[in-house]
Design a protein around this ligand. Structure first.
Ligand code: 2P0
Length: 332
């Protein structure tokens, strides 16, 4: 197995010249075709390609400055984290891949403007923003594909958060993973809306990393997942090119439910849904029967993300009173 450091080393300059400070923003993203399962756990290389839409101005802003007291500091939304907390350890390990023998202590300060109530994961935007900030701080001048491939090593879905709009994370087949990076699709869809339905926001018992590993190792149903994902990816490309909302929504919903089916078929079983998640799904299906074109997707958690177009925003905001609406391509 190749290590992250072995992959990154050849892309770093012989001597690093750190700046005085760097700051970068990366958007959160919602997958329409999910990343679920790894062929390489060290490098976060996926078993299937995935496709997402980035959430415009919602995401993470990360600032890097030198620490003058000889120790690293990791701050999240203004609060310093214990250096042995899970997030701080991951951040410090990731930074260590780039600062090499320089070993200069840093302050890494991240602010998420994702509505905390929406229960959206922040590791994707967090590692993408950190990668962009490190690139600036050390003057690495990495190409976008390299930034995406390296962000992936922090968290798989971070590879997609390097870009805005519709983004495909190509799975690649190289052992060092340098062809497993995201690309931005040349498409826009100003009327597209994503509605965040909050069911619960507490920390989940099994995180996605452990959840996908358990699924790969124990669910026979998982064998069908790569085929489902490949077919869905093609359908999503068609939907985006044709601006066919029904095809986009139906494909995303079936893809999410197929992923959840593999989780439920794992052992011990993995069910991220709460009773309120199922109630919200049934409400979406009832609205569709009444003629409202609305679909949902879900990640490794109980919350729903609704997909609809601007003309139906009022009816959906009435049906889901706490709906948080995002326009991924800005207001038309
Ligand atoms: C996705 N998820 O495509 C899928 C759907 C969750 C369900 O990407 O282990 O936090 O850091 O590579 O990126 C969440 O997985 O996992 C995720 P790691 P990550 O959005």
């Amino acid at each position: 197995m190749i290590s992250k450091a072995q992959v990154i080393q050849p892309f770093l300059p012989a001597t690093l010249t750190p700046g005085e400070q760097a700051e970068a923003f990366a958007p959160s993203n919602i997958a329409l075709c999910k990343y679920w399962g790894k062929r390489d756990k060290e490098l976060n290389l996926p078993i299937n390609a995935s496709l997402s839409v980035s959430l415009a101005h919602l995401g993470s802003r990360t600032r890097i400055t030198p620490a003058l007291d000889g120790a690293d500091h990791v701050l999240l939304n203004g609060t310093e984290l214990a250096v042995d907390s899970s997030f701080a350890r991951k951040v410090i390990a990731f930074v260590g891949l780039f600062r090499g023998t320089l070993a200069q202590p840093l302050i890494i300060d991240t602010h998420n403007n994702i509505p905390t109530a929406a229960g959206l994961a922040s590791s994707a935007s967090g590692f993408a923003a950190l990668m962009l900030a490190l690139d600036q701080f050390y003057g690495l001048q990495l190409a976008p594909e390299q930034l995406s491939a390296f962000a992936r090593m922090g968290s798989g879905s971070a590879s997609r958060s390097i870009f805005s709009g519709f983004v495909e994370w190509q799975m690649g087949n190289r052992e060092d993973g340098m062809d497993s990076h995201a690309v931005q699709l040349p498409a826009t869809w100003p009327e597209l809306r994503i509605g965040l339905v909050k069911v619960a926001t507490g920390e989940k018992k099994v995180d996605s990393r452990a959840g996908m590993q358990r699924t790969v190792e124990t669910a026979h149903l998982y064998q069908s997942w790569p085929l489902q994902a490949a077919a869905d990816l093609t359908r999503l490309h068609d939907a985006i090119v044709e601006q066919n909302f029904e095809l986009l929504g139906a494909t995303a919903e079936q893809n999410a439910l197929s992923m959840h089916a593999t989780m439920i078929a794992s052992w011990p079983p993995l069910l991220y849904w709460q009773p309120e998640s199922v109630a919200a799904m049934q409400q979406v299906w009832a609205l569709r029967e009444q003629g409202v074109p609305v679909y949902f997707t879900m990640d490794a958690g109980p919350n729903l993300k609704l997909l609809f177009t601007a003309e139906h925003e009022a009816v959906l905001s009435a049906a889901f009173p706490d709906l948080e609406v995002v326009a991924p391509f800005g207001q038309p």
